[in-house]
Design a protein around this ligand. Sequence first.
Ligand code: PEP
Ligand code: MG
Length: 878
Amino acid sequence: MAKYVYDFTEGNRNLKDLLGGKGANLAEMTNLGLPVPPGFTITTEACRHYLAEGAVPDGLDQEVAEHLAALEAQMGRKLGQADDPLLVSVRSGAKFSMPGMMETVLNIGLNDESVHGLAKQAGGNERFAWDSYRRLIQMFGKTVLDIDGDLFEHALDALKGRRQDTDLDAGELQQLVKTYKGIVREQTGQDFPTDPREQMRLAVMAVFDSWNAPRAILYRRQERIPADLGTAVNIMAMVFGNYGDDSGTGVAFTRDPGSGRQGIYGDYLQNAQGEDVVAGIRNTIPLEELERIDKHSYDELLRIMETLENHYRDLCDIEFTIERGKLWMLQTRVGKRTAAAAFCIATQLVDQGLITMDEAVTRVTGDQLAQLMFPRFDDGADKKKIAKGMNASPGAAVGKAVFSSARAIELAEQGEDVILVRRETNPDDLAGMIAARGILTSRGGKTSHAAVVARGMGKTCVCGAEELEVNTAEKRFVAPGDVEVREGDVISIDGTTGEVFLGEVPVVDSAVVEYFEGAEPADELVKAVDRIMRHADAARRLGVRANADNPEDAARSRRFGAQGIGLCRTEHMFLGERRQLVEDLVLASTDEERQTALDALEPLQKSDFIGIFQAMDGAPVTIRLIDPPLHEFLPDIVDLSVKIATSQDVTEKDRRLLAAVKRLHEQNPMLGLRGVRLGLVIPGLFAMQVRAIAQAAAEVPGAHPEIMIPLVASVQELEAVREEAVKILAEAGVEALIGTMIEVPRAALTAGQIAEAAEFFSFGTNDLTQMAWGFSRDDVEASFFSRYLDLGIFGVSPFETLDREGVGRLVEIAVKEGRAARPDLHLGICGEHGGDPDSVHFCHEVGLDYVSCSPFRIPVARLEAGRAALSESESDTR
Ligand code: PEP
Ligand code: MG
């Protein structure tokens, strides 16, 4: 029978799938001999069973009872025992951390009797006992009984008035317990459950259920965490940070998660219990001050932090509690960090001898690199600084101030940039945080909810800007000097410095982009990026090319490290003034007229290619012959019809144009006359392009063209155009590979035949995705993808990340059969997926030779190709 419960002494850090991150790391710390309160973990498997079947698995209750009995024996007191109670916490903990998204209940085991026993345990501290009891009812009421948390908050606020919660005395807290119980009775029709075991059982199920809370679902989607993992549940003997001033609770990082610098970094809250810190209920003090308050615990904490960092060989974050001068570790994990910190920390750890350069490359991600390529505020610009908070998550964000998540979502949907301004955020603000360009709070430290979540999302965030008086009800805030900002006023926030500015501040390129453009690495971050990129480049097997169709983009992509052009879309060269020439081509009614139009286009094409060959300086350039439907170059059918119907002086040419537009009009242009079909229907069009390529190549020494035929579905199509192209190239004395795109499912399925006539394949996964799913790529993302994401039909758009199961299978078939027919077949990808991290890993795994992507994604693709080569296993830093 499956084992559903593990004592902390039985697990270890490698069991995250089963015990969740928190459970696995609690076990690891226990085994390291660190002071962890005893407890046990219910597995994710039990949760999955519960969620699927609506009931806990057979045997779970029995196992929990046995582990609880062992815990009681170890602690020498029973759960909820009236005169001397054992209390436990029940905490969620999934494989990947989902901060604040799921539930936790503390102080399980308290009731009207055991509250007195607790007071006795605490040396007669009645205040402490009643405070713990009211916290239990509040947390249990909200989490397990689904009561609106505001009802409890309002009752607490009404009682304390302008005082702090620590100012409430035992009598008042006892009164509050009564009020809370009344709320429970009123809202649920039942009394607060007083049986400690029943409390625990209900709390465990509530934690299981919280896996499917809306905010948890949203967070998983955002972070691409699979929906079917489930959460583990950790049950742990309670330790108390709210005994008095010799107690407290805190969070800490082993180094700065914002910059990577080593140092004491964390927040401490005296006389408080766990959740108070993250929730930003009272303002915390910097961790350094603990040295003054409790030097013994402080020194021990620093020693433990060093042990953890050396053991995990990475930045760790921790939660701890001090109970009457005794330090307890409640959690640790490899900590989330900003993109900049990720690069700096990885190279620092190499320099400290803790990890290798290979590992350093796997410790950073392409998404993090992409974040570093975001613009920042222009140092030279005029700025009106109105406040400074904490630099919680870097970047530069400009937008209209809004004061609620709902409004943030509403304006973002209208295409507005917004900054979400709150006193503090809570997990219910998640959707608003996603919609906003940046987040600004007036309370809470760098470990507050806003800060942690924003960093995880890579969203700019300034938190704890205490000079701001935020009034969300009146939708405004006031900064020092009576500067008032109302909803809709534009502000700019700098998540790298913590500054808040009135109005719009202009933004400039990032130092990392300047480095890729050729600047010498100057600061620590850019030096770290440089080292990691060099190592990734040396390690990767995949080549990286660019999708570029003009000399500027070609040159930039070369500077960014492209080893060639994987897709030069020639249709972009037929726009602007040249549209008229294309129009003439379409309207031609005789061979001569057509030839005249083609003759006019040829020198223009030739000069386009010369520019690109020169920019690429001998690197390969894959030129795709014209692809999209011709009518895209012609006037809109409705506009033209209206013009002809209403205008006085309609020319013969107008009429011919309308006739041609009507003739070429298609219901489904994406499945119509485009790609190779166009080349076969308009005589001379492809030949003109091939001639222009050949002549341009002949003029640029070292030019390295490759000719690519789009939208081929059958080898016969390819053969028909290939024959002519080979002849033209031979006449010009130019060598060029001739290949095809694999964009139509039939091409993938007949790749063995197609490879007979193609020297290379480039997977056009935009079309291949569109045609494999039967989705119009121009229409569906806006129309129904959000519904599909809600329904979990896919976790991410298949146009963003390659759908391995379906489209990926077509690619695998084509790779296998293509290479079987032609062993030296060269293989690449040029759909948008070529710059997507997960898809790059897929391309590595199926053995492509290169990926091709837009110029700005090239560094990302280089890094991910290196990571793919170095890390067959997944990284820990998510
Ligand atoms: C593709 O289909 O993946 C491709 C690169 O071509 P386009 O996007 O131009 O259709
Ligand atoms: Mg295509």
